[in-house]
Design a protein around this ligand. Structure first.
Ligand SMILES: *[C@@H]1O[C@H](CO)[C@@H](O)[C@H](O)[C@H]1NC(C)=O
Ligand SMILES: *[C@@H]1O[C@H](CO)[C@@H](O)[C@H](O)[C@H]1NC(C)=O
Ligand SMILES: *[C@@H]1O[C@H](CO)[C@@H](O)[C@H](O)[C@H]1NC(C)=O
Length: 540
């Protein structure tokens, strides 16, 4: 089912146009790879600021949840996987979303495209999470508006506001969503338009034609889809100009996870793929285009993350409990990024397929008071963190292969490539200097046990602030056959209101605990400040 939800675009207009393109890999945009034809995206990027040290989450729901809440998944309960269509789960109630905050500030907000943030009850729908209007699909995997959650569990999935928009079967979604975006711009005072266009695997022939020379069929189709997105962005940008929004607009283009090589996307030369914590899964393709940028036509190498859009767009000075930073001065003026680290994730439910060995620090540590580090972190837990140049991965980060574009789409080849790296099977700690080694080819864990120890401590610090994972079992009541064949909310609003109580109580407790433990954390913090400062000065 993962083969269908290929491209997403999120567009916020006038104040912002934000385009989220799912599964588009590092190698899937013209300015990284000239064999992919994206003239509009290339031009918009060239005239704006290209973000070349920007991160997203390795899969869809998590990236979207972070975009809309400005928080890491450890703070929303969505640490584990996506929200499946039959799962009674969604963004936590009481948690402000980006569109809610923009609406409070007086903006009108519209969303077009894929939601994928849960819909089991009405309170979860985009129109209840801050959007004035919604046109698109609620589940994650949509091919011409039909989506399945297991054999025989399929349903129609195109919605307008809170109702099913029947009768669009077979229409190409990217075109439909772009038309809708244009209509919104045409009709009224739009301030914020979030467009999450997704493109089915089979783009119309006219888009495939320019790629007829590509030998690999999966790659050809994928390239054609990316070109469709390029055209969608061209059309929306045209509409922005036509209806007078352009001069005040901010166009943000961002992928929402890395590419899946099985379906023709490419992260080359990065390591790993969609769903992994290697750079190929989390490093995002992104740019900002806006007449409001003060210093344009440049590349930003500042560390940025998808949680940053929330505070950046609502122009927050303080952090207000968010994990993101206001990075507008960084993007617009080239000031140093306030962000020094990214918690890529901690997922205590993800277990490696096989037993892994425990990481042991160097057996001959240099003499000194800190030479016998205490274990601070269970390294069988899947986690990844970036601090300055350093990136640490623990547990099972997912397949860590480097997939040559010529191998794309062929499962057997990929598996064979992977098994030649079987050395990594028994490993559960990796350390890389991403600045020096963006392709993650040189593991420094054994050379720098000191840094490993410090980053493990940092993971332990974040873990203390985490809420429990919320990953409920599928609910058979979701079955579309009970709902005229469509995916729709199936739980009454009064029912199950207690669901998130546990999570929220826990979060409050943690906040209190945080205060009490402040001094211990302070110590850790200043330790890390020092580490950061050291790394910053090394970098310059
Ligand atoms: C863009 O606009 C052109 C002209 O109106 C139209 O033919 C085309 O289908 C549109 N493309 C997309 C992706 O919306
Ligand atoms: C993370 O925190 C939870 C709850 O506080 C705790 O049970 C768990 O052991 C911690 N995980 C690690 C790897 O330290
Ligand atoms: C990482 O590598 C870069 C490039 O070689 C180097 O300048 C930097 O000092 C390294 N960072 C750390 C923390 O060692």
């Amino acid at each position: 089912h993962t083969h269908t939800e290929l491209i997403n675009v999120c567009v916020c207009v006038c104040v912002c146009v934000c385009v989220v393109c799912s599964k588009q890999g590092f190698n899937d945009i013209g300015y990284h790879n000239p064999s992919i034809k994206t003239p509009t995206l290339d031009k918009l990027a060239a005239e704006g600021v290209t973000l070349e040290n920007y991160y997203v989450q390795p899969i869809c729901t998590p990236s979207r949840s972070q975009l809309l809440t400005g928080r890491y998944q450890i703070h929303t309960g969505l640490q584990h996987s996506i929200i499946r269509p039959s799962q009674p789960n969604c963004l936590p109630p009481h948690m402000d979303t980006l569109p809610e905050r923009l609406r409070q500030a007086g903006y009108s907000t519209h969303m077009v495209g894929k939601w994928h943030l849960g819909f089991y009850r009405k309170a979860c729908l985009p129109t209840r999470k801050g959007f004035d209007s919604f046109f698109g699909s609620l589940t994650g995997s949509v091919d011409y508006y039909s989506s399945c959650d297991g054999p025989g569990l399929c349903g129609y999935d195109l919605h307008h506001d809170e109702g099913v928009a029947w009768g669009q079967e077979g229409k190409y979604s990217t075109l439909l969503f772009t038309q809708r975006a244009r209509r919104i711009l045409e009709e009224a005072n739009v301030d914020v338009l979030l467009q999450a266009v997704h493109t089915p695997l089979q783009p119309p022939k006219t888009y495939i034609y320019p790629y007829r020379d590509m030998a690999n069929v999966a790659r050809r189709k994928f390239a054609a889809m990316v070109s469709t997105v390029d055209e969608a962005v061209r059309n929306v940008t045209y509409a922005l100009r036509k209806y007078g929004y352009y001069k005040n607009s901010i166009i943000i283009f961002s992928t929402d996870n890395g590419a899946q090589p099985f379906t023709g996307g490419s992260n080359w030369p990065l390591r790993g793929r969609k769903g992994t914590y290697w750079e190929g899964g989390v490093r995002g393709v992104a740019f900002v285009h806006s007449p409001l940028l003060k210093r344009r036509r440049r590349i930003s190498k500042d560390l940025l993350h998808i949680t940053d859009w929330f505070p950046t767009l609502v122009n927050l000075a303080g952090s207000q409990g968010l994990d993101g930073f206001d990075v507008w001065p960084t993007i617009s003026e080239g000031k140093e990024s306030p962000r020094q680290e990214i918690l890529h994730n901690i997922d205590p439910l993800h277990r490696p397929p096989a037993q892994t060995m425990k990481w042991e620090p160097d057996r001959h540590p240099p003499p000194g008071p800190e030479s016998e580090p205490q274990p601070v972190w269970d390294t069988s837990i899947q986690a990844a963190i970036r601090v300055g140049d350093w990136k640490l991965l623990t547990g099972d980060p997912g397949h860590g292969d480097w997939v040559l574009p010529s191998l794309l789409g062929r499962w057997w080849n990929l598996e064979r490539t992977f098994s030649s790296h079987s050395r990594s099977k028994h490993q559960n700690v990796w350390l890389f200097n991403i600045t020096a080694d963006p392709y993650e080819r040189q593991d420094l864990a054994h050379q720098r046990p000191d840094v490993v120890q410090q980053l493990l401590a940092r993971l332990a610090y974040y873990n203390q602030t985490a809420v429990p994972v919320y990953f409920p079992p599928d609910d058979p009541r979701a079955n579309p056959s009970h709902h005229s064949g469509a995916w729709v909310p199936w739980v009454e609003d009064e029912e199950e209101e207690e669901k998130y109580q546990g999570v929220y109580k826990k979060e409050k407790n943690v906040k209190k605990k945080k205060k009490k433990k402040k001094c211990r954390l302070c110590k850790l913090k200043s330790f890390f400040l020092k580490l950061n400062t050291g790394m910053m000065s090394n970098r310059i």
